[in-house]
Design a protein around this ligand. Structure first.
Ligand SMILES: *[C@@H]1O[C@H](CO)[C@@H](O)[C@H](O)[C@H]1NC(C)=O
Ligand SMILES: *[C@@H]1O[C@H](CO)[C@@H](O)[C@H](O)[C@H]1NC(C)=O
Ligand SMILES: *[C@@H]1O[C@H](CO)[C@@H](O)[C@H](O)[C@H]1NC(C)=O
Length: 167
């Protein structure tokens, strides 16, 4: 049996407090942590601040997958994150696997590649989705896989968004 070679990247998502106008922002964090509804404060121990979900990463099976498998530590899986405006996710990519192009409104993302090679594209500042996706230089093969469509369709979208196209 051939061992499946997989890429693991770790993505940390942080919310930006001042992303829009000065008076249109998320409130500042006022407490170190929030006690989830229904949990007795006296029951909060070091266990509450310990997340063990990523131990499963050693067993992630990417056979037959094309998209990355996501293991999350968001508020749902790790209640200690409530009110912290932060979450973390580990993505296990199958060989040549993809994570479809997407945006995180009002948030920033930090990606750390732990193993393998990851091709990423980002355009800080003004984000025009057709330009950043179809005129970004991301290969047509990756885009076709990401949008679950064929090369012909993607090629048309790339041609339509070709900013160097002769007028
Ligand atoms: C608090 O912990 C005790 C002992 O582990 C348990 O019996 C009880 O149900 C817990 N209460 C809440 C509200 O979580
Ligand atoms: C991994 O997943 C494939 C496809 O579902 C399956 O055939 C294979 O047995 C799995 N391998 C392990 C080690 O679980
Ligand atoms: C964009 O248009 C220019 C000019 O017609 C052409 O040379 C170039 O190959 C096109 N690029 C893509 C990615 O289609």
């Amino acid at each position: 049996m051939g061992k499946v070679c997989s890429f693991i990247a770790l993505a940390m998502i942080l919310a930006l407090a001042n992303s829009f106008l000065g008076n249109a922002r998320d409130p500042d964090i006022l407490k170190d942590f929030l006690i989830p509804t229904g949990l007795d404060p006296s029951n909060i121990t070091s266990q509450f601040f310990t997340y063990t979900g990523f131990r499963e990463l050693v067993n992630v099976n990417t056979t037959g997958k094309t998209a990355a498998i996501e293991t999350k530590a968001s508020m749902k899986e790790f209640p200690a994150l409530e009110g912290q405006a932060v979450s973390i996710a580990a993505l296990t990519y199958p060989p040549s696997g993809i994570n479809p192009p997407h945006v995180h409104p009002r948030a920033a993302e930090l990606l750390i590649v732990l193993q393998g090679v990851l091709e990423v594209g980002a355009n800080a500042g003004t984000v025009s989705l057709p330009n950043t996706v179809f005129a970004s230089g991301i290969s047509a093969e990756i885009l076709a896989k990401a949008f679950k469509t064929d090369l012909e369709t993607i090629s048309k979208l790339i041609a339509a968004n070709n900013i160097t196209k002769a007028a």
